[in-house]
Design a protein around this ligand. Structure first.
Ligand SMILES: Cc1ncc(COP(=O)(O)O)c(C=O)c1O
Length: 452
């Protein structure tokens, strides 16, 4: 009998993945693979089942293989497998554009349009090109920690450490985002107002004069920076600043939109309406799509200035229309609010037994659990955070980590998550926290994952 350990299908797949697929494509926080999935459950090539609290980085809005989405995509594939919006429009593109315009709030009663793309990155890239051009003001303001994408320009307007390695040649000034747990200035309570005052008093008077500034790009909950929920007066104060100086407020809802925050759009948590909204990830339940909703003067400024041959395909548009239907008909924003509250309350309760948990925050099903090695100094528990993600995966729960120090567990499950699935996931999370705290996850376990 051979003494060699037999390789599982998953291990073999991971080995081949390592050989054939480049690392620049990867943010690998655990060693796992998916073979099939349904609802909020993923099955790996060996039949191991996972509860998915990661949702593919918040893409799985309607969960995996929702029958309404599957039907819509299959029919579209049979009827018109492809047509490029760039040169040959089709009914699904026009219908989706009309439908999304109906549900995105607007700061002003102006004629708005939709711009199609394939990813959140290209949508943010586009607004950074078109907004300054249309408004004849070359500069923009964005926030430190912000994640707006990985293409050249979208990386350049981001403020996330993963993007800090690349040269940035954009006309964007990045300013501190109000982070109540770790305020850059002021207090937890005042940091939202302080951030806006900093822009007005320090940035507009120096490197980005109002007459040269076209807009402010913001995440209404900063996600990859660590699921940072700003104080409730921040977004309204930013809105007021934009009104005062005639800036366009550009709200990047790529991760937190489509019902995830418990509202259709996270900006609605504070009643803040933007001029421009960037939408992606879960908008088409995993089919490649992003869209920008903006005044026509922005999206019409450059004919053929931001066109992609495979953007807004009939299958992607069919998936997006079906996603809008499911989010509305199944009241997924309400479900996100209910399950999110259950999850946040449960983790806050278990925190009494887990010294690693510094803070639990979020809205609906965009949840962050910040880990610290010391509750007083708030030293980020970066290594423990990576270990917790690995341990959860070993025990059958998928979660990711984010944060400027890699210290925040991010929970973004499908919005169809049931109470029973939430409870089972929480049980695993509790166990995994104990295992990490009790040193049951070795440093060697981290060597097999690249992180980010
Ligand atoms: C807020 C936000 N905007 C944009 C992006 C980029 O989206 P994509 O990965 O689809 O290019 C991300 C990705 O994490 C994001 O979180």
């Amino acid at each position: 009998m051979s003494l060699e350990k037999t390789q599982t299908r998953t291990e073999r797949l991971l080995e081949e993945d390592e050989r054939y697929i480049g690392a620049a494509n990867k943010v690998r926080l655990f060693r796992a693979a998916a073979a099939s999935a349904s609802g909020s459950m993923i099955t790996d090539p060996d039949g191991k089942r996972y509860i998915d609290f990661a949702g593919g980085w918040a893409v799985a809005t309607t969960g995996y293989s929702h029958p309404v989405v599957v039907d819509a995509v299959s029919s579209a594939m049979e009827q018109l497998s492809f047509s490029t919006v760039a040169s040959l429009t089709h009914p699904a593109a026009v219908e989706f554009a009309r439908r999304i315009l109906e549900v995105v709030p607007s700061a002003k009663p102006v004629h708005r349009k939709v711009g199609f793309g394939l990813s959140g990155s290209d949508a943010n890239d586009g607004i950074a090109k078109l907004l300054p051009m249309a408004r004849k003001r070359p500069k923009m303001i964005s926030f430190l920690g912000g994640m707006h994408g990985m293409t050249g320009i979208s990386a350049g307007i981001s403020g996330h450490p993963a993007m800090g390695r690349f040269p940035s040649s954009t006309n964007v000034t990045r300013v501190p985002y109000p982070y109540p747990y770790r305020p850059a200035f002021g207090s937890a309570e005042s940091c939202g107002r302080d951030a806006v005052r900093f822009i007005e008093e320090q940035i507009l008077t120096t490197v980005s004069p109002p007459e040269h500034t076209s807009g402010i790009l913001v995440e209404s909950i900063q996600s990859d920076a660590g699921v940072i929920v700003p104080p409730p007066d921040f977004m309204p104060a930013l809105r007021a600043l934009c009104d005062k100086y005639d800036f366009f407020l550009v709200d990047d809802e790529v991760k937190v939109g489509m019902g995830r925050s418990g509202k259709m759009w996270a900006c609605q948590l504070t009643g803040t309406n933007p001029e421009v909204m960037i939408i992606g990830k879960g908008v088409a339940s995993g089919q490649s799509m992003s869209c920008t909703v903006a005044p026509a003067e922005i999206l019409d400024v450059a004919v053929a200035g931001h066109a992609f041959t495979t953007a807004g395909t009939p299958t992607a548009c069919a998936a997006a229309i079906a996603t809008l239907d499911v989010v509305r008909d199944e009241r997924l924003a309400d479900n996100a609010a209910a399950q999110g509250e259950l999850i946040m309350n449960s983790i806050r309760e278990m925190a009494a037994r887990h010294p690693l948990v510094g803070e639990v925050r979020g809205a609906g099903l965009i949840i962050g659990v910040e880990l610290v090695t010391d509750q007083v100094t708030k030293k980020p528990a970066t290594k423990q955070c990576a270990k917790l993600v690995v341990r959860c995966q070993q025990l059958g729960l998928l979660v990711h980590y984010v944060g400027i120090f890699g210290q925040v567990i991010e929970l973004t499950p499908p919005l169809v998550l049931t109470r029973a699935e939430a409870m089972s996931g929480l049980e695993i999370f509790d166990q995994a926290l104990s295992d990490v705290e009790n040193g049951r996850v070795s440093d060697a376990e981290l060597e097999a994952v690249s992180g980010w």
